[in-house]
Design a protein around this ligand. Structure first.
Ligand SMILES: [Zn+2]
Length: 87
């Protein structure tokens, strides 16, 4: 886990200040996907490490990843939606 600037999850409101790469140990970079560890909401890291909602086009691309689909399935099962609003 590495420290990142504080962000508020757009879906559950949790303060997020750390990040772990799913399959490595690199720090997040602009454009990387962030998955809220508390609720599974999907966000995108910006250059300053703040988070924004994925665009509709990005969301469609993300949905092609089987791991992301599983997160979305779990999120839907527990919360009844797919997370934060799409821009
Ligand atoms: Zn969340």
């Amino acid at each position: 886990m590495m420290k990142v600037p504080k962000n508020i999850c757009a879906a559950c409101g949790t303060v997020l200040d750390g990040a772990s790469q799913v399959d490595g140990k690199q720090a997040p970079a602009m454009g990387d996907l962030s998955i809220c560890v508390y609720c599974g909401n999907l966000s995108i890291f910006q250059a300053d490490m703040s988070l924004r909602d994925p665009t509709v086009a990005e969301f469609e691309l993300l949905r092609q990843d089987e791991r992301v689909l599983e997160i979305l399935r779990l999120r839907y099962k527990h919360f009844g939606d797919d997370g934060g609003k799409k821009q």
